[in-house]
Design a protein around this ligand. Sequence first.
Ligand code: PNS
Length: 162
Amino acid sequence: MTRRAIYPGSFDPLTNGHLDIIERSAKLFDEVVVAILLNFQKQPMFSVQERIEMIQAVVPYHNVRVDTFDGLLVHYALEQQAQVMVRGIRAISDYEYELQMALMNRRLEPTIETVFLMASEEYSYLSSRLIKEVFHLNGTITGLVPELVEQRMKEKSGGKSF
Ligand code: PNS
């Protein structure tokens, strides 16, 4: 049986913390689907198409593909014939929300397990939201996101470089 895991999120943008989780997942499962949530309410920095392209460009693992989903995550996971959903957790503060989601998802679909992975501690404080905030306030984000992502962020903001 092919062990397939979904790694869902908004990835706006992909950070080195996400990449770390993707790498760990690619080693654990036969196939990993990085699934970008469509229609995510906040005004995104990158379009879904841009996010797909960036993730595809920086993820070097042959067993990882990028897709999009809408509606309930468990419905998408079933449709993809995945057994597992992967979530990265950083600090204890993530745990409460993640536990709620995992238990609700389990109630909705008991056959699918949520697996929590921890990124390397050097990325344990990273979030896409903080990356965008620091970037917009002219702080350096070098080393926190893939180079391509940093470059695309600078292009978006009119070629500003730090
Ligand atoms: O990493 P993010 O951006 O916080 O991802 C959140 C995501 C996409 C995993 C979550 O919002 C989600 O699963 N949305 C799909 C709708 C759904 O299934 N909701 C019920 C979750 S209990």
